[in-house]
Design a protein around this ligand. Sequence first.
Ligand code: TXA
Ligand code: MG
Length: 317
Amino acid sequence: MTAPILPADNPEAIAKAADILRDGGLVAMPTETVYGLAADAANGKAVARLYEAKGRPRFNPLIAHVASVDMAQSCVVFDEAARQLAEHFWPGPMTLVLPRRAGAPISDLAGAGLDTLAVRRPAHPAAQALLDTFGSPLVAPSANPSGGVSPTTAAHVAEGLGDRIDLILDGGACKVGLESTVITFADGAATLLRPGGLARRDIEAITGKLRLAAPDGPVASPGMLASHYAPRAKLRLNAQFVRPGEAFLGFGNTPRATLNLSRKGDLVEAAANLFAHLRTLDRTGAACIAVSPIPVEGLGEAINDRLQRAAAPRGLA
Ligand code: TXA
Ligand code: MG
């Protein structure tokens, strides 16, 4: 049976979603970044089902989504720097990895047994309504089979996971289109674990220069596998022109593009289109998708990160 799709702005749909979650079920919810697959963070069995539905490696810890800073504080210990970031950017596309609080209402499985936890307060009104109604943290990785392209519409979710979950809340296309930026504090220094939907320069305006986590260092993000977000087709990056048989994902003035991330060269628009355009081009059956160069500034850092992972040799994960 495929999961019903209900409009996310309907209070009855939100109430039904909260009931399903209380019973240990799985609900896909819209967030401003990408659609998340939500489960009761405290319910180990529900979290195990979630990993299974995604086919996700169990060592990969999940983000606890919270309705408020107070709820976040029931999970993790904030220092002054983390508090400032939350004040500036929540609700929004930023995740903080902080020391886990004793008695946090998060199953060990969701935290992958680590002594830190990732927390985020999402900005989408439907995610906020669901968290308010549910009343405690929800873990929510992107609502796609592990390793695939993250979903930015309810239809994408249905395509990948429809037969493995209980409900899909349809809140339209995600505005940001890229997963949240993940920040931690190692020895007091703000450290970038994953570039994402909040540009580095916005965060650096508050924290000063961010440190970069070494990919295999002690604070590296376990979810940052080399091959990830991968379509079926191969990717050829920084392509100036298209070769025969390729689909061409353009950016800016690219007259021969099959699809264009942003004709006017706007990185925010490009981020919002990235995953949906990769899916559409993948469906054309082309063996390879050529992608125009994307400037590494603002959200371009996260766009390039996702493209490099999508282009990485498969099977590394
Ligand atoms: O925008 C988003 O963040 C979306 C929406 C649904 O909220 N969620 C999402 O979740 O992207 P997920 O599970 O795909 O990514 C979580 C990232 C992974 O890279 C994971 O390794 C990292 O956060 N992470 C989680 N807990 C961590 C921890 N304790 N230490 C270091 N990294 C952690
Ligand atoms: Mg993901």
